[in-house]
Design a protein around this ligand. Structure first.
Ligand SMILES: Cc1ncc(COP(=O)(O)O)c(C=O)c1O
Length: 339
């Protein structure tokens, strides 16, 4: 069987031997009873990391985002999110289904919404309008190419949300990528928002799980809705152990993924069929345009042993992660050069 170099996503990583050992030896209990020591330890660690008073271990990034929306809103209200955000693109209209809210999508630049535009879309109190109750931001921004939401822009949105009495949720699925690249701590990012979620199963390399952090009332509510959504897990320490291992061992090394992504982007930018905005390559995701049909290019690369994704006929994506080293990065570049 062909051994592929898999750049489709940073979710394709497999747990290392050491991570599997941590999983195998995890102390467990019934987390629905609050008895799982490994889940409790993970939640405690995330409280410390974010500086938020409470944390809840959940199955996935989608569950974390949807719980945040549910707990920050009431039905028939409106939330503001960037039009290409994960919440709008890939969560199956969850806000309308689970929370009964409408989404106001605002187009950002590299995933960053203009604060004046956000302000202009907060609904005045009028009989005909839904109430705006939540703003969601994404850092790093997946579909913009792993771009970092600048701290000053988050501060502006945070001040606006406070002035207008709105909640602010940060989908920080890849917040560690932003943090290692900028040197801005998770605590500082968290201090500017009412809730933050992040994923253990992306660049951090754990098999399963995300966390949602916020104040105690918010997390108490989220705990109940997690139960309704079927997210009350029993001996969940088995998966929390992978997440703890990831936090302890796989954060600093994200810089290697960024270095590989940067090198890959710079090299393929020299190819005649590739058009790439190198300024948008800020972390581990490389998105670029192709002058030839992107799905044909993807199929040709697959025949050579390289997996990437295409988005329509002129856009491609390659994501760097802990199962890709610098040699494999060189091989991926060579395969792009050879077609
Ligand atoms: C920015 C962002 N948020 C949330 C998610 C959802 O994570 P999950 O796939 O664990 O539900 C993803 C997944 O790719 C993501 O990129």
């Amino acid at each position: 069987m062909m051994k592929y170099i898999d750049l489709r996503s940073d979710t394709v990583t497999k747990p290392s031997k050491a991570m599997r050992e941590a999983i195998a030896s995890a102390e467990v209990g019934d987390d629905v009873w609050g008895d799982d020591p490994t889940v409790n330890k993970l939640q405690e660690k995330c409280r410390e990391l974010t500086g938020k008073p409470a944390a809840l271990f959940v199955t996935s990034g989608c569950m974390a985002n949807q719980l945040a929306i549910k707990c920050h809103t009431n039905p028939a209200e409106e939330i503001i999110a960037e039009w290409d955000s994960h919440i709008i693109k890939y969560e199956v209209a969850g806000p309308s289904f689970i929370s009964g809210v409408q989404v106001m999508p605002l187009k950002g630049i590299r995933g960053v919404m203009d604060v004046n535009e956000v302000e202009g879309h907060i609904r005045p109190d009028w009989y005909h309008y839904p109430k705006t109750s939540l703003i969601c931001i994404e850092n790093t921004h997946n579909r913009a190419g792993g771009t970092i939401y600048p701290l000053d822009e988050i501060k502006k949105i945070s001040n606006l949300a406070k002035e207008r009495n709105l909640n602010l949720h940060l989908d920080g699925a890849r917040i560690f990528n932003a943090s290692v690249e900028t040197g801005i701590s998770i605590k500082e990012y968290s201090s500017l928002v009412d809730s933050i979620s992040f994923c253990f199963s992306k660049g951090l390399g754990a098999p399963i799980g995300s966390i949602l952090c916020g104040d105690v009332d918010f997390i108490t509510k989220a705990h109940k809705f997690r139960k309704i959504l079927g997210g009350g897990m029993r001996q969940a320490g088995i998966i929390a152990a992978g997440a703890l291992y990831a936090l302890e061992n796989n954060v600093e090394r994200l810089k290697e993924d960024h270095k590989n992504a940067r090198h890959f982007a710079e090299e393929i930018s020299k190819l005649p069929y590739v058009e790439i905005d190198l300024d948008s390559v800020q972390t581990n995701i490389v998105i670029f345009k192709t002058k030839n049909n992107a799905s044909v290019i993807r199929e040709n690369l697959e025949k050579k042993g390289l997996l990437v994704t295409n988005d329509g006929v002129d856009k491609m994506r390659a994501v760097f992660h802990l199962d890709i080293n610098s040699d494999q990065t060189e091989q991926a570049i060579e395969m792009f050069e050879s077609i």
